[in-house]
Design a protein around this ligand. Sequence first.
Ligand code: 4NP
Length: 155
Amino acid sequence: MPVKILMVCLGNICRSPLAEGILASKLPKDKFFVDSAGTGSWHVGHCPDKRSIEVAKKYGINIGEQKGRQIKTSDFDEFDYIYVMDNSNFNDVSHLAKRPEHKNKIHLILNELFPDENVDVPDPYYGATNGFENVYQMLDEVTDIIADKLIKKYV
Ligand code: 4NP
């Protein structure tokens, strides 16, 4: 059974598809499964935002085949780790999780880099293109730490 990691943002078209693609690129595929989802339903079935696809491609990562989906309650049983991109996602996902062992799986992703500081990965959707580069760099840095921890623990 692979260890399963779920990346979550609001739309599942900008930040969490990048987080999924970048982390998956750092983990052995036979031991880990990485997926992503949104708290909202607007982009179910859509491919990621083309600005996310472009910035990932620039660094050799293909996220173009991902399809948006909404988080569902069975995800709390299925996944071992649920990383959310911002504090608003944290509140939304925490409300969906009914049991303490489910709530314990939810982590604000940048707390792996800046413990207890509760820093958001900013939503780049309405901003300038360099917002996507900025998000990529943040996620690249934090997924180094996450991949290291996971590999030390499970491989
Ligand atoms: P994401 O960005 O949460 O990083 O995927 C968003 C994309 C779309 C919307 C909101 C956030 N939207 O409202 O459509």
